[in-house]
Design a protein around this ligand. Structure first.
Ligand code: NAP
Length: 253
């Protein structure tokens, strides 16, 4: 019997990068995965890969900034499967700019997607988790929470997620709900590729530069993050809550 057999895992941003890798990892460990993403198509591709590997997945299009859509998606999950055990909030975007060039829209879009979106899915999920006295919630922070030039919006959101993690761990702990976060460093995904394209730097060169200043001398892969998330939603970490685990090839990337 696999570790997560019988568990239902709801993921946002599951169509690409870290979310897709996490969906596949949790499914491989036995969970039934509800793979949601802004667009249906990438989520369906993740579900197809899960199905091809013998796992079980359901697909939903979901914009995490839409409170009614979030509540509805979580309610539909519980109606269909009768439970919701695991929530992993991976949805994310970048709108990098130095402060003097950062628009209200750059700020709002990033805060809404990362911070408010994570709040909305967590609030919806905890209704069911608290009632069943069981739940695992993982947010995705970032080394940028510690400060990163050109990312005032993103670093504020990612630092905010660390406060949200600790606070929800305190509030939900008495109901046997664990709340933790991972804080990845540079991970090879479409998000970091887009940074290279926008700044006119060759992606391979960017990765080599980041690797050279990372203690473990490489950049991360989505699976590196997915494996830590899998640990945090499994039974082996059941006494770990309110923690932020850096997955960054060193203490802070
Ligand atoms: P990614 O490959 O771009 O995947 C992010 C996914 O989130 C995309 O499928 C995107 O959809 C989706 N998304 C964007 N806005 C959304 C919304 N409003 N509602 C629902 N889904 C939405 O990025 P990633 O690198 O895997 O990032 C995943 C998470 O890890 C993010 O929270 C990111 O901030 C965090 N992170 C990444 C790194 C890194 O180096 N890659 C480092 C630290 C933290 P579209 O493609 O359709 O926009």
């Amino acid at each position: 019997m696999a570790e997560l057999d019988g568990r239902v895992a709801f993921l946002t941003g599951a169509g690409r990068g870290i979310g897709a890798a996490t969906a596949q990892t949790l499914a491989a460990r036995g969970a039934t995965v509800v793979a949601t993403d802004l667009e249906q198509e990438p989520a369906a591709e993740t579900a197809a890969r899960i199905g091809a590997a013998g796992g079980s997945a359901r697909v939903m299009a979901l914009d995490v900034t839409d409170v009614r859509a979030v509540d509805d998606a979580v309610a539909r999950t519980v109606a269909e499967f009768g439970r919701l055990d695991i929530l992993v909030a991976c949805a994310g975007i970048l709108r990098d700019n130095l402060l003097f060039k950062m628009t209200d829209d750059d700020w709002d879009t990033v805060i809404d997607t990362h911070l408010k979106g994570s709040f909305l899915v967590a609030r919806a999920a905890q209704r069911h988790m608290v009632a069943r006295r069981y739940g695992k919630i993982v947010f995705v922070s970032s080394t940028s929470a510690l400060g990163n030039r050109g990312q005032a919006n993103y670093s504020a959101a990612k630092a905010g997620l660390q406060g949200l993690t600790r606070t929800l761990a305190i509030e939900l702990g008495p109901f046997n709900v664990n709340v933790n976060a991972v804080a990845p460093g540079f991970i090879e995904t479409r998000m970091t590729r887009a940074v290279a394209e926008r700044t006119g730097v060759d992606y391979e060169q960017l990765k080599a530069e980041v690797a050279a200043t990372t203690p473990l001398r490489r950049v991360g892969r989505p699976e590196d993050v997915a494996n830590v998330i899998a640990f945090l939603v499994g039974d082996e970490s059941s006494f770990v809550s309110g923690q932020v685990i850096y997955v960054a090839g060193g203490p802070r990337g």
